[in-house]
Design a protein around this ligand. Structure first.
Ligand SMILES: *Cc1c(COP(=O)(O)O)cnc(C)c1O
Length: 447
């Protein structure tokens, strides 16, 4: 155990001096972890040494300060420490009986989250693996409510013969919402897509007719541009029609915790359900997502199971709000993140990442490159000329190793995407990365 902590600390301390992407040689060596399963046991110390000596160099340095791919996030020191302790605790977070401490920490963290995000005070929630499962869980609650209103018990009867529901999404809907709809039998091709504007926001003036059998899925934080759908208008219109509004706020929901960015989330608290990630912007270890429902009873109705040996009381039993029964106690790290940051630390964390993104945008524009989105949050989309050139620059940046950025297509344009999502990113990391990107862009013949 001590060896593990020593090796972990050494790994983290060296992280900012190494290339962000692993070398091809390091990845090739992973084969050494395989071979036929040995007949005899191996000393745990040797197992750990294998993992560290061969595994560590093949990691992506996304826990460091210069990883800007996808929307990833690092892990705050307090949360890594809490994760180690939680690993030693080895709690099953499904029931209060299996872990009073996990249940208590979850309850406290949920209250703090409702306060800081902020969501309606009556909202309840559950701890899931990520925003994909959070979308799934919330949409299961929506499906339950809308069908029950029509006298259909979907949990008991399934969807064969059920009254149809309509799901409305933006053209820029995140694929995880579509996946959740597939899993729920609502079908990702049956959706009605609302056109979007130049930032990827649903156009409130282009909504179809809504009814009390409609689920509207809006987005807080587009995975490319960081843009927010117009929650205020959508919630008002949808609720007049009796529709359900679900918010996919995987990272964008956290903007509300930073006073200078909170305006972006206006109206979001009027929705009926929310999905977000803790492993992105809150910077806790994987895997950690959160689902919230204005009326927690709906979540429970969609998720709870009944068995004679399971406890059914009035108290909040964690398993009643999530698809899983046995699971790790991921509320521990969420609690540790919030407790270590405090309200002001969380605001500072979010604000800092947004400022870093603005600095990237400013530096790239000064270098003569096109920033394709309004940089109001943590996301920057930059083009280095035509698609081919931009792709060459992205590959060059990844090979250079100073930082790591991915590519995307934004409204027909090939772009490099910079997502500033880690607590570990410093101003110096931003300057180093910017210099590397500009240097690579020049080398690749982009003007
Ligand atoms: C990342 C993301 C998701 C999916 O989250 P996971 O944690 O990977 O399941 C969903 N929606 C948006 C907007 C995202 O950025």
């Amino acid at each position: 155990m001590i060896a593990a902590s020593e090796r972990s600390v050494r790994y983290l301390e060296a992280l900012n001096q190494r290339r962000v992407a692993p070398t091809a040689e390091a990845v090739d060596r992973l084969g050494e972890l395989g071979g036929p399963l040995p007949d005899e046991p191996t000393d745990p110390k040797r197992v750990l040494a294998f993992l560290d000596d061969i595994g560590s160099p093949a990691t992506v340095a996304s826990a460091g300060g210069r990883y800007f791919g996808f929307v990833i996030g690092g892990a705050l020191p307090a949360t890594v420490a809490a994760n180690w302790l939680a690993g030693a605790w080895e709690q099953n977070a499904g029931l209060i009986a299996t872990s009073p401490v996990a249940a208590a920490l979850e309850g406290i963290a949920l209250q703090w989250l409702v306060d800081v995000l902020p969501l309606p005070s009556e909202a309840g929630g559950g701890f899931v693996t990520g925003a994909t499962m959070a979308n799934f869980t919330a949409l299961a609650a929506a499906r339950h409510v809308l069908l029950r209103r029509q006298g259909w018990d979907v949990e008991a009867q399934g969807l064969f013969g059920a009254p149809p529901l309509t799901v409305v999404v933006g053209q820029e809907v995140h694929v995880s919402v579509l996946k959740a709809l597939s899993l729920l039998g609502l079908g990702h091709k049956r959706v009605v897509q609302v056109p979007v504007d130049g930032q990827g926001r649903m156009r409130a003036d282009a909504f179809p007719e809504l009814s009390d059998s409609t689920i509207v899925c809006i987005q807080a934080g587009n995975v490319n541009s960081g843009a927010f759908d117009p929650a205020e208008e959508v919630c008002t219109t949808a609720h007049e029609a009796g529709a359900w509004v679900h918010v996919d706020g995987a990272f964008g929901l956290w903007a509300a915790a930073a006073p200078e960015r909170a305006y972006l989330t206006a109206g979001i608290e009027k929705a009926d359900s929310w999905a977000t990630d803790a492993h992105k912007w809150l910077n806790v270890p994987y895997d950690s997502g959160l689902v919230f429902c204005r009326n927690p009873a709906y979540l429970r109705a969609a998720m709870s199971t009944q068995a004679a040996y399971l406890i059914q009381e009035e108290r909040r039993e964690p398993y009643q709000y999530t698809p899983e029964m046995s699971r790790r106690a991921r509320g521990i790290e969420v609690w540790a993140a919030l407790r270590s940051l405090g309200r002001s630390g969380l605001a500072d964390l979010i604000e800092r990442m947004c400022r870093h993104a603005s600095r990237f945008a400013e530096g790239l524009q000064a270098g003569g490159y096109d920033v394709l989105n309004d940089v109001l949050l943590n996301q920057v989309l930059v083009s280095f000329g035509d698609a081919e050139t931009t792709r060459r620059v992205i590959a060059g940046v990844q090979a250079d190793g100073t930082c790591w950025c991915g590519g995307t297509t934004w409204q027909g344009h090939t772009a490099m995407r910079i997502s500033v999502s880690s607590w570990a990113t410093t101003q110096d990391d931003v300057e180093q990365s910017l210099a590397a990107i500009l240097r690579v862009a020049k080398e690749q013949g982009s003007t």
